[in-house]
Design a protein around this ligand. Structure first.
Ligand SMILES: *Cc1c(COP(=O)(O)O)cnc(C)c1O
Length: 357
C-alpha cells in the first residue's frame, strides 16, 4: 500500500531523490565510492557543494547580489544563537516577532547576547494568528521573524517595511512559494522540513551585514569564518548536502519555485475547503493566516478520534497528528507531497462524515 506521508519533519522528499540518494550510498556517479566515504575535500564533493550553492541562489533569484550560501550543522536551533552572536552588539537591541514556539526559542537565545524587544506576540492566543500592525524600532540591530509557524499552521503573507536588516527563520516554507528573497538579509532553514534530510542547515546571508557587532566570536559560530572556509571550516554533512542537492535539482526540473507554488496552493485549497465544509472538523489557525505548508485542524467531537485514526490507517495516511502543544491534526503539505495524497486525506474525512450519518 502507498503511504502518504504528511509528517512535519523530517519530511517527505520526491521518490526519485530517495532512489538517487540510495544509489549514491552504494556508488556515487560510478566512482566506485560511496557518498558516505568520500572526502569532503575531494573534487567530487566540492562540485556537489558548489552546484548546491548555485542552485539555491538561482531558485531564489539572488544571483550576483552579495549573498553567500552556507550549509552548516546544528539545525535551525543553532542559528537562534549564531544570529545574535554575529549581529547583535552588546549595547544594542534586536527586534523579534513572537509568532510561535520556534520564534520564542529564538528570543530566548538572543536574550543571552543583548536586549531583545518583542515587538508583537500572539502567545496569548496559543499563537493561532500572525501579529500585524506593529512598528519596528529603526535603531534595532535587526528584525527577526519566522515566515511559517510549523506547529500552529500560520504563515506570514506579507513582510513589514523596514530599513534595518531582516533575519528570517524559513525552515518550514523555504522554496515553497515565489517571494522576493532579496528583502531578507539573512535566511536560515533546517533542511529537514522542505529541502532535504535532517543534519544540515541552509543559511543565505548578505555579506555586508557581518563583522559589525564588534564581538569576538568563537570560530565555529562565526558566519564570516564559515564563508571564508566555503562551508568547510569543519567536516560538513556530506550526505545531507548531497541529498539536498538532489532535491534542488528536482525543484528546478519541476519548473522552479513558482510552479511549485501553484501546486502547493492547489493542495492547500483542497484541504482547507474540506476542513471548512466538513461539519466534523474545524481549523485552528486564523483563516487569513493559514499556512500553505502545515494545515492544523481538530475534530469537534473527540469521541470520533479512534474511528478517524482507523480510517486514516486503512488508507496509508501517516504523520498527521498535531504537535503536542496544539493537539488535533496537522497535515504538512511540503513540496514533494502530491495532490493525490491530499485527495486521500479528504476522502478519509468524508468517510468519517458518512460513518456518522
Ligand atoms: C523545526 C523548526 C525549527 C527547529 O529546527 P531544528 O533543525 O530541529 O533545530 C526551527 N524553526 C522552525 C520554523 C521549525 O519548523
Amino acid at each position: 500500500m502507498k503511504i502518504h506521508n504528511f509528517s512535519a519533519g523530517p519530511c517527505i522528499l520526491p521518490q526519485e531523490v530517495f532512489e538517487k540518494a540510495a544509489q549514491a550510498v552504494l556508488n556515487l556517479d560510478n566512482s566506485g565510492l560511496s557518498i558516505l566515504e568520500i572526502s569532503h575535500r575531494s573534487d567530487a564533493f566540492i562540485a556537489i557543494l558548489e552546484e548546491a550553492k548555485a542552485l539555491v541562489l538561482e531558485l531564489m533569484n539572488l544571483e550576483n547580489q552579495g549573498y553567500e550560501v552556507l550549509f552548516l550543522q546544528g539545525g535551525a536551533s543553532m542559528e537562534f544563537l549564531r544570529v545574535p552572536y554575529n549581529l547583535l552588539a552588546q549595547n544594542q537591541k534586536a527586534a523579534y516577532l513572537d509568532s510561535g514556539l520556534w520564534a520564542a526559542n529564538a528570543i530566548k537565545e538572543a536574550k543571552s547576547f543583548g536586549e531583545v524587544e518583542i515587538i508583537a506576540s500572539s502567545k496569548d492566543e496559543n499563537y493561532n494568528f500572525i501579529p500585524k500592525n506593529y512598528k519596528i524600532p529603526e535603531d534595532a540591530a535587526y528584525f527577526h521573524c519566522t515566515s511559517n509557524n510549523t506547529i500552529y499552521g500560520t504563515q506570514m503573507k506579507n513582510f513589514p517595511e523596514t530599513n534595518i536588516p531582516v533575519v528570517c527563520d524559513m525552515s518550514s516554507d523555504i522554496f515553497s512559494k515565489a517571494i522576493d528573497y532579496s528583502y531578507f538579509d539573512l535566511i536560515y532553514a533546517g533542511a529537514q522540513k522542505n529541502m532535504g534530510p535532517a543534519g544540515v542547515t541552509l543559511i543565505v546571508i548578505k555579506k555586508d551585514i557581518l563583522r559589525k557587532s564588534g564581538r569576538k566570536i568563537p570560530s565555529i559560530l562565526d558566519y564570516q569564518k564559515h564563508i571564508d572556509a566555503k562551508s568547510m571550516f569543519n567536516t560538513p554533512n556530506v550526505f545531507a548536502i548531497y541529498t539536498s542537492l538532489l532535491n534542488l535539482r528536482w525543484l528546478k526540473k519541476s519548473g522552479g519555485i513558482s510552479k511549485l507554488q501553484e501546486k502547493n496552493e492547489a493542495k492547500a485549497n483542497l484541504l482547507y475547503t474540506e476542513i471548512d465544509r466538513n461539519p466534523l472538523f474545524e481549523g485552528t489557525a486564523n483563516a487569513e493566516d493559514r499556512s500553505m505548508m502545515n494545515a492544523t485542524f481538530v475534530l469537534k467531537d473527540s469521541r470520533l478520534t479512534n474511528k478517524f485514526a482507523q480510517i486514516c490507517e486503512s488508507k496509508g495516511i501517516s504523520g498527521i497528528l498535531g504537535h503536542r502543544t496544539v493537539g488535533g491534526y496537522r497535515a504538512s503539505l511540503y513540496n514533494a507531497l502530491q495532490l493525490e495524497s491530499v485527495h486521500v486525506l479528504v476522502n478519509a474525512m468524508q468517510e468519517l462524515e458518512k460513518y456518522t450519518n
